[in-house]
Design a protein around this ligand. Sequence first.
Ligand code: XMP
Length: 327
Amino acid sequence: MDSNKRPETMERITTPELAQAFIDEQVKLVQEQVKDGKVLLALSGGVDSSVVAALLIKAIGKNLVCVHVNHGFLRKGEPEQVIQVFQKELGANLVYVDAVDRFLDKVAGISDPEQKRHIIGEEFIKVFDEEAAKLEGIHFLAQGTIYPDILESEKGIKAHHNVGGLPEEMEMELVEPVKLLYKDEVRVVGKQLGLPESMVERQPFPGPGLAVRTPGAITRDRLEAVRESDAILREEFAKAGLAGKVWQYFTIVPDFKTTGIKDGERSFAWPAVIRAVNTRDAMSATIEEIPYDLLKKITERITHEVPGINRVLMDLTPKPTGTIEWE
Ligand code: XMP
């Protein structure tokens, strides 16, 4: 039987009971596969890798080595949450790699979007490779591959996101416990494993992270403006009950400045752009209508609380013609 094909008889995991049955089964299977071997996992803090981490901690405890690479383009609070949940609460064997300066140096002065993505992807592999080389006796590599990844790479729609990131020459046996699950099932399993709601219900977030929301050549101050404005947007959407309803929402800080007034003085600063879209499959997207009062409040907060920002704009472009991300 093709182990990458979901059996037609497999029931959709929609309840805690079904999730528990899946967890029990996978814990056994993983234990049989790796025995007392060590398993390496790149833990981004996204839904899929987080669920795999929690599942493997249950199955093999300290024999799972999680590597969390902070490339500097994560959202506010994300690296802290990974450490809190996995190291402090779940007792994971976690290697935290602060590679922020390294990545920022690499992309300094690079304004071409594809080149930027390429550099970040390549550097990520290098950092992960270096960490793996420091560890001895690891024969297994765990990945948060999910079923849509398999279907999409089969159809040639996109390179396998999760696999694509990691070096092939590592020659490790793969451990992919959620590869036959759809995203909604991964979330149900994550909840059953006790992961926090904020982790399990996260909106999609691109691998290169905030780098693609800092169009053009990235500077630290503009990157911080993206991170802070995004944090305010997320906080206000959550307070207004929109967090689970809008598919994806974030800010972009483009590389141009306009004149304004801040604290009674002339300011020459960037705008922050709000993007809030709804979609089923990210192939096309519509614009979410956000209540005007909320937009006013977000504008007030971003312009007053975020250094370097003096205007807030809204991107009203559906996909197509826009893509969801700006780069
Ligand atoms: P676009 O911008 O192509 O985005 O309309 C569609 C969806 O994909 C996400 N995205 C990425 N996800 N790695 C990822 O894992 C990436 O490099 C990447 N680029 C875009 C984007 O956030 C949106 O949800």
